[in-house]
Structure formats: C-alpha cells, structure tokens
Ligand binder design. Sequence first.
Ligand code: PHE
Ligand code: NA
Length: 456
Amino acid sequence: MASQRKLHGTWASRWTFILAATGSAVGLGNIWKFPYITGENGGGAFVLVYLLCIALVGIPIMIAEVLIGRRGRQSPINSMRDLALEAGLPKFWGGIGWMGVVAGFLILSFYSVIAGWALHYVFAMADGSFQNITGASSGARFETLLSNKNELIMWHSLFIIMTIGVVIGGVTKGLGNAVRVLMPLLFVLLIVLLIYAVKQGDFMAGFNFLFSFNADKLTWNGVLIALGHAFFTLSLGMGAIMAYGAYMPSEASLSKTVITVGILDTLIALVAGLAIFPVVFATQGIEPSAGPGLLFVSLPVAFGNMPGGLIFGVVFFVLIAIAAWSSAISLIEPGVAYLVESKRFSRLSANILLGFLAWLLGLGTVLSFNDWAEFKPFFGMTMFDFLDYLTANIMLPLCGLLIAIFVGWFMRREHVRKELHVESQAFFDRWFWVVRYVSPVLVGFVFIMLLFGDQI
Ligand code: PHE
Ligand code: NA
C-alpha cells in the first residue's frame, strides 16, 4: 500500500483535503441544480427533506467513504475490493467501486455540457447585451443558445480539455491552491447577489418559497430527487470522495473535516437559492419551475439591472465555471487512478481515453436540448434527463446504501474505529449507529416508496 501512496501522492495537510473535497462538492449541483430542482418540486417541503438527507444520510456516509478511501489508499475500485476481501466478503463487493467509476463518467458527460453554458455566459455577459434585459428576452437568449449545437459542442469540448488538463498533472498539485482562492471569492459574489435580491427582488416571496413547508407539492419521486441530490451535491456514491480520502493524511480528524465540507456545501446552495428566487418572483417571464435554464435566465436579469452588474456577471460566471471545473476533476479522477494502478496506463493516456469517451457521450446531452429534444426513448426522458436521473437518483443512492451497509455491518469494527481514532467514543457510537441503521433504512425506504407509494 505504501507504493500506492507514492503512486498518487498525499495532500499536504488536512486543509488541502478540505479544500479539494470542497472543490469537488461545491459546483453546479449547488448553484445550478439545487435551485431548479427546488423550483420544479415546489420549494419548502423539498428543501426540508433535502436538509434532512444531508444530515442523516449524506454526512454520515461521507465519513464512511473517506474512511474507506483512507484505509484502502488506492483507487475506489481497488480499495473496495481489498477491504471487502479483508472482511471476508466475496470479490463482487468491489463492484461498488466500479459502479461509482461508471457513475462519475456518466455524470461528467452531461456536467461538462452545462459547465459549457457557464463558459458561454462569461462572454455573453461581457458583450453588454444583457444591459437592462427583461425576463422574456433573457429566456429567449437562453433558448437561442440551446438551439445552437455547434456552439454547445465547442464549449463542452473546451471544458473537457480543461478538466483533463488538470488531472493529467495530478490532483495534489495546483488544485489545492486554486480552490483556496476561488471558493471564498465565489461565496463573496453570491453574497453580492443576495444583497441585490434583498434590495431589488421580491425577497420575502423567494424566502417563503424556499422555507415554508408545503407538503402538497411533494411526491415520493420528489423525495427521491432530494435524496439523490444530497448524494450528488456532496459528491458521494461514486468514489470521488473515496479517491480523495485515499490521499488524506492518517492523523487528520475525519469528522471535523467532513462536517466542514458538508456545511460549506449546504450554505452555498441555500445562499444561491436565496439569491435566485427573489429575482424570479420579481421578474415577469420567469417561473420557479423553469427547469435547467433557471439560473441562466434569472441571474442575467439581476446582473443586467444592477449598477456595475455586467462586470459582476462576468466574474460570477467565471467562478461558476471554476466551481464546476474543480468538481469535474473529481469525477474523472477515480477512473484515472484505477487505470493507472491496475491497467498500466500513464496519467496522460488514461485521461485522454476517459476524457474522449465522456466527450462523445456528452454529445447526446447537447442534442437533448435541440435535435433530440423530442427523442425520448429512455422511459419518456431525453438523454440528458435520463443520465441525470439514473446517476443522481439511482446509482449514487444505491452505491451509498451499499457503502453504509459495508461499513456498518461488514467492515472489521476495529478497522473502522482505527480510522476514527481521534474521534471521541460518544461521537463514534452515534455516527456508527446512524450508518448502521438510520442511513440504510432511509435510503431503502425511499426506494421502496418510489416503487409502491404514490403521493405522500
Ligand atoms: N458535487 C458536485 C456538485 O455539486 C457534483 C459531483 C458529483 C462531483 C459527484 C463529483 C462527484 O456540483
Ligand atoms: Na455540491
């Protein structure tokens, strides 16, 4: 195992891990996806379920994942396989790692297309055409972008190249520093937007939409989406956090580290929601349920109508692109680490292979917004909708469920305790109980209700 550690390197300190894990966690999930799925699922009740999922399922399983990674010290596939063998389980438990790598690859394929939209908006903001824009024309501009597939493909390609460009150089270099500067900046800009939303938007309408509990609009499918999003937003259930855990120094406290990342991620999602919805409610021509375009339609209206807004707008979309970048890196790293460890690839060739395949698959997502918009062979969904649903709502929770069961029931207890040796006994007992009973039961229950339940 020592040689594996040499193969990939370790983080300089616990802080580098926090930064990298935050870089992975904070991304399009917080700023783009969370607001629009909240809008589609009716607001308050959905947000509450999401927060419960973060606390009772996401953070406990995140601790479990980092722990597996740090104990295994290899790519998720090999760590899972070795720990399963060590626990006397059949080899197929290693399949958890495989499922994760596949999920990461599928996510990257569409994540890159959406990140490409953000790249486009950097330039669209800069050319001044959003000055004093209305909701309706902002919507029309977004539609024009979606119908232009060559342009979408161009930005998608650029984003994939940016991603593999970093991963080729190895994750431990460069990334940590970038994230240290950029994440706080992103947060500051979100606060600027929040102030705008308070002053110019319909803040109370936005606030109530996010936080008033209205169970009528919640379905079991909505609960599954909230649960799936808890995994997606914390980068769980696909090995990203496991792979990063493998590079974590052995002395660092897992609980503090993970809870810090979880809180930062949640905070950023909520602030993004509070910045976006007041603008939506104050602007004609935008509905909360606008779907994937919500961020790209509503925020330009805010930027276009505030003093100095276009400059803020440029900076904001640059930061979104960067947040997406630091997440995309962690989507591809598990697969790359595996090819390097076990299939004798160089980092360069592993990146080129996986990057190319994700790019190719991403073309299906590009077409989902134009030529293939009505082509819905996947359970009535476009390819983009299907890949998103399959990964976030099925694969990640399923993988997370298996990870909780593995750590809670099968991994040798003394090994689990050893990775958490700096944690107090009381913390350990509570966490262990949650991972053993609460998280798996909740995830299992949601799956079952989705299959058999109807409206709540
Ligand atoms: N957590 C990232 C986000 O919220 C997305 C992601 C999912 C990254 C899974 C890595 C793994 O944008
Ligand atoms: Na996130």
